[in-house]
Design a protein. Structure first.
Length: 279
């Protein structure tokens, strides 16, 4: 029997952040056991106006059935006449993109460990034939131990997908097959993993073009990938992994099980102390 929650079940804490259609607050259940959650409050009126209620229903359906350390848990949801409330896992170190902007780019070690966690999470999603389709720093959170958590499944679908809703926001993370409106598969997340690796290491996405949407579109379609030549280029191993993911042909992109054993990933994987292996 599923526990029934309502707004009255919670003490609402400080606002944590905001996104499209609403805000997210820290919240705690009033009765034992006192759960801390991130309560995301979305306004029904805005969802209907933007015609995204079906997308939200899909987000809830998909995310509530996922359980992985690098994927933000959706514990459940409830609604009143004006709002829908999602009871999300609280990620104690906040939004990853704010840290990326603060330190401009991440070190090779920090980037490699985040990409290893992303690879584990994506392998879990793809085993369930779920494509995320919106992997970007703005949708990533950090748990209390600094572990990466994929949030915001607003664009996820069961494979194969063919987008009907008009794309809005940045093209930067979209692969050629999506900007060209073609059918797409889980391989779109491999492309996004390559874009994410590049942005972690360099601080900007690879095909960003300040001349705007069409210029970015062209650079994606041509896979116009360039690394800095001012001495800030990533290591050869990092460049190798990025080049193996940013392939125009979705079938040519490095599969996740090979990303997991790529030298740039294994080089920085957390060492388990010898005691650990005996313990
Ligand atoms: C990414 C936007 C999206 N957000 C979520 O879904 C979100 C879900 C979710 N779970 N936990 C969160 N944690 C935080 O937002 C957070 C922020 C700052 C924190 N710190 C500040 C610095 N300090 C030094 C340490 C603690 C800690 C936690 C968020 S955000 C969204 C989308 C639509 C509507 C609202 C929110």
């Amino acid at each position: 029997t599923r526990a029934r929650f309502s707004l009255a079940s919670f003490e609402i804490g400080r606002p944590l952040g905001k996104g499209k259609f609403g805000r997210v607050y820290m919240a705690r259940t009033k009765t034992e056991p006192k759960y801390i959650v991130a309560l995301k409050c979305l306004h029904k009126e805005e969802l209907v106006k933007a015609k995204v209620e079906k997308q939200l229903r899909r987000e809830i359906e998909i995310q509530s059935h996922l359980a992985h350390p690098n994927i933000l848990r959706l514990h459940g949801y409830f609604h009143d006449e004006k709002r829908i409330f999602l009871m999300l896992e609280f990620a104690g170190k906040g939004e990853l993109y704010k840290q990326l902007h603060k330190c401009h780019h991440f070190s090779e070690k920090r980037s490699s460990r985040y990409i290893a966690q992303m690879t584990d999470a994506l392998a879990y999603l793809h085993r369930k034939h779920v494509i995320h389709r919106d992997i970007k720093p703005e949708n990533l959170l950090l748990g209390i131990d600094g572990e990466l958590k994929i949030g915001d499944f607003g664009w996820s679908v069961h494979a194969p997908g063919n987008r009907r809703t008009t794309l809005c926001g940045t093209l930067d993370y979209l692969p050629p097959e999506m900007v060209e409106g073609k059918d797409h598969s889980e391989k779109v997340d491999l492309w996004a993993l390559g874009v994410l690796t590049y942005e972690f290491l360099i601080g900007v996405p690879p095909f960003e073009d300040l001349n705007g949407y069409n210029a970015t579109y062209k650079r994606i379609a041509r896979v116009d990938l360039k690394f800095p030549t001012d001495g800030t280029a990533p290591s050869p191993e990092a460049q190798d992994l990025i080049k193996r993911l940013l392939r125009h042909d979705p079938q040519a992109r490095l599969p996740l099980d090979q990303v997991a054993v790529h030298p740039w990933i294994t080089k920085y994987r957390k060492k388990v102390s010898s005691a650990g292996s005996r313990g």
